[in-house]
Design a protein. Structure first.
Length: 68
């Protein structure tokens, strides 16, 4: 099973990771803001992650790590 880790305080909420995810399991956290005032990305259902790393590849700020 893959694990997606976000550096939430560096996330600017651009949503590129959410758009590129083939399983559509990434969304912006609606209930919290990071230190920059953005809603950070989060994975809704980690069990559905296939570890494709599309999210990490597209992230312009390199805030996503995918572990297999």
């Amino acid at each position: 099973m893959a694990k997606v880790i976000f550096d939430e305080n560096s996330c600017k909420g651009c949503e590129l990771c959410a758009h590129v995810c083939p399983k559509k399991i990434i969304a912006m956290a609606k209930d919290r803001l990071n230190s920059k005032g953005f809603h950070p990305a989060e994975v809704a259902d980690m069990d559905k992650c296939i570890g494709c790393k599309f999210c990490a590849t597209i992230c312009p700020d390199v805030v996503i790590t995918v572990e297999k």
